[in-house]
Design a protein around this ligand. Structure first.
Ligand code: CP
Length: 317
């Protein structure tokens, strides 16, 4: 594996999941594979889980991890080729990325979309410019359109939780939120579940929240939440802002908050969310604190997802 930006960088999803579960059972099985290697974690946006789980994963592999909050502590970076830099940006990525590449063996980057300009966000300019100029492997810690470490974690968690031989029914259910959020987690989950091809996949959202078909593919889309939830084994709850009316909150849709009452038609569904979650807006307390919630297990699995990915990259260096 050279970079980890999307599911397209993964040859065999199940093998990566099994590697992650093997690390979960034995965290220090490859504790020297990263000895003498340094990993840079660059944050252009906030994080709790991604930052800490990747640091723990790197330490388990013997690597030194250095975190840099670019948004707070770095120079304002310019990403546009040929820019005349007489405005607010101070340093071009062409100059900064090779320097970072000389300090680190692997570079990890978190960058959120603007939600102002869909064309620019979906071109993934920030991530692509790091890949172009860093000269070392780049790992996405969430980009403008995707969150691959989260999606790998999600499949690890589903694999752990589902022991039947039939395909599980997985429902991605839009949830209300007070802020306009990126489509990354939903795009990425859809992309990975489609590539995994081991589930019956349904997406449910109010009209107007259609995602980019490049990621949802042939997933069934249902606008009635109750209908979508019928016989579900897993319900993945997530807010996203509109893709077509880009970055907008079309409706607050408070009736889309998932509650125990709505789960009565499911197959005793397990509930997932990437966190952070707005309690009693996206999901009710009763669900988050109930026995069917997988959210803590899911967030814990972020370590093993990151460790499996970093180990793959280290093996190919
Ligand atoms: N799920 C997730 O990416 O969490 P953080 O934003 O806290 O890293």
């Amino acid at each position: 594996m050279l970079n980890f930006i999307s599911v397209n960088d993964v040859k065999d999803i199940d093998a990566l999941v099994q590697q992650a579960l093997s690390f979960k059972a034995n965290p220090f099985a490859a504790k020297t594979i990263g000895t003498g290697k340094r990993i840079g974690l660059l944050f252009l946006n906030p994080s709790l889980r991604t930052r800490l789980s990747t640091q723990v994963a790197a330490a388990n592999l013997g690597m030194e991890a250095i975190v840099f909050n670019v948004d707070k502590d770095g120079w304002a970076l310019e990403f546009t080729e040929g820019a005349i830099m007489n405005g607010t940006t101070v340093e071009h990525i062409k100059d900064a990325a090779p320097v970072l590449g000389s300090y680190f063996d692997i570079l990890c980057v978190r960058t959120f979309p603007s939600l102002q300009n869909r064309e620019d966000d979906y071109a993934e300019m920030v991530m692509n410019q790091f890949i172009k100029y860093a000269g070392v492997p780049v790992v996405s810690l969430e980009s403008a359109t995707l969150h691959p470490l989260q999606s790998l974690t999600d499949i690890i968690t589903i694999t752990e939780a589902y022991k039947e031989t039939t395909k599980p029914k997985i429902v991605l259910s839009w949830a209300p939120h007070v802020k306009a959020l990126p489509q990354c987690v939903a795009n990425s989950f859809a992309q990975w579940i489609n590539a995994w091809d081991k589930a019956q996949f349904v997406i449910t959202h109010p009209k107007g929240y259609e995602l980019d078909k490049a990621f949802t593919g042939n997933a069934t889309v249902v606008h009635e939440q109750d209908e979508a939830l019928e016989a579900a084994d897993f319900v993945y709850v997530k807010n996203w802002s509109a893709y077509h009316d880009y970055g907008k909150i079309i409706s607050t849709g408070s009736d889309w908050m998932l509650t125990n009452n709505k789960l009565s038609n499911t197959n005793n569904a397990k509930i997932m969310h990437c966190l952070p979650v707005r309690r009693n807006v996206e999901l009710s307390d009763e669900i988050l604190d109930g026995s069917n919630s997988l959210v803590t297990q899911q967030a814990g699995n972020r370590v093993w997802a990151a460790q499996a990915v970093l180990a793959e990259i280290l093996k190919s260096m």
